[in-house]
Design a protein around this ligand. Structure first.
Ligand code: MTE
Length: 331
């Protein structure tokens, strides 16, 4: 994610190129003391011991093997596995794109509990085995568009979030869903840093109708394999028509509420990152255009720009959720 404390010497948005976006982000990280965190993290995570749960792993690999493959609707070329698993945003492991893969090598998934609480009749506290048990897995190829203007096409494996929420029987006062990532500095080394710029836990939220939408997926795998730590193991959200920061990783708490929850990036920079965060080429980020995106893999010499589509190409399926809503002010 790109966020930077504004200075009077800042260039105007129109003067900013993709390279200067990158450099300004480095400045911001240097100013806030986060640059270099990645280097320190490698050794910090080295002491973590893996303690996988055989039962959950066996169940997951059986379900992955029998996943149903939903026919591709994107018509786009898949992003290679190496790009989707080595170019990541996961600030709990550090702020550079290569930090998550480097600093999650010994990430320990087990023990893991997901609690589902709030406005519902049947609060649940589930270990991974119980969480997964009733769900058949589907592979869905989704476009994935980051607010930073890069994108991928990834075969995610999971099950509809709606099916998980229904197990907890939401009440009529459940209007929003709030998600929270694990806080554990032993497992997420960047959470050890006092000067960390993110107020942990990482939090996200959806309206209840967005959460119940059939496209909204709880992901436990990618490319037919178990979800990797750098991509949000053991459980992450995937909302393909929204900017990537909505798709929170490594979830431990899901809360149904009657009020719109605060979210991490809104709290950090509300003028740049809104609650809705629907992919929208007509609403620019204050510091760069959202009209186009760099489809990975790419390079400085071959940026592979493609036009950005409204709702990331899922307009026919989701636009009705927002009829009557001003998408410019509700960005
Ligand atoms: N979830 C948590 N807990 N922490 C994060 O830093 N980054 C978000 C999102 N979920 C993030 C997170 C952002 S900005 C993006 S673009 C996507 O994860 C990146 O997902 P990927 O690394 O699997 O491509």
């Amino acid at each position: 994610m790109l966020i930077r404390i504004p200075r009077s010497s800042d260039p105007k948005p129109s003067e900013i190129t993709s390279e200067s976006q990158y450099l300004s982000r480095r400045d911001w990280l240097r100013n806030t003391g986060m640059l270099g965190v990645g280097l320190a993290l490698g050794s910090a995570s080295g002491s973590l011991l893996a303690a996988p749960s055989a039962d959950w792993r066996t169940q997951l690999s059986d379900k992955l093997a029998s996943r149903s493959k939903i026919p591709d609707t994107t018509g786009d070329t898949l992003t290679p596995f190496e790009d989707a698993t080595r170019y990541n945003n996961f600030y709990e492991f550090g702020t550079d794109k290569s930090d998550p893969v480097e600093n999650s090598r010994n990430f320990r998934v087990d023990p893991w509990t997901v609690s589902i609480e709030g406005a519902l009749n049947r609060p649940l506290k589930l270990n991974l085995e119980d969480l997964l048990k009733p769900h058949a897995l589907e592979e869905r190829i989704y476009r994935f568009r980051c607010v930073e203007a890069w994108s991928m096409v990834v075969p995610w494996v999971g099950f509809p979030l709606a099916d998980l929420l229904k197990r907890a029987d939401p009440t009529s006062s459940a209007k929003f869903v709030r998600f929270e990532t694990l806080v554990d500095p032993e497992r997420f080394p960047a959470q050890k840093f006092a000067r960390s710029t993110i107020p942990w836990p990482y939090e996200e939220g959806l309206r209840i109708d967005e959460a119940m939408h059939p496209l909204t997926l709880m992901v436990v795998g990618l490319y037919g394999k178990e979800l990797l730590p750098q991509n949000g193991a053991p459980l992450r959200l995937m909302v393909p028509w929204k900017y990537g920061f909505k798709s929170i990783k490594s979830i431990v708490r899901i809360e149904l509420t009657d009020t719109q929850p605060d979210t991490t990036w809104q709290r950090l920079a509300s003028s740049e990152y809104g609650f809705y965060a629907n992919v929208n080429p007509d609403v620019d980020h204050p510091r760069w255009s959202q009209k186009r995106e760099r489809r990975l893999p790419n390079s400085l010499w071959d940026p592979n720009w493609i036009p950005t589509r409204r709702f990331n190409g899922y307009e026919d399926q989701v636009a009705s959720l927002y009829s009557g809503l001003n998408l410019k002010t509700n960005y």
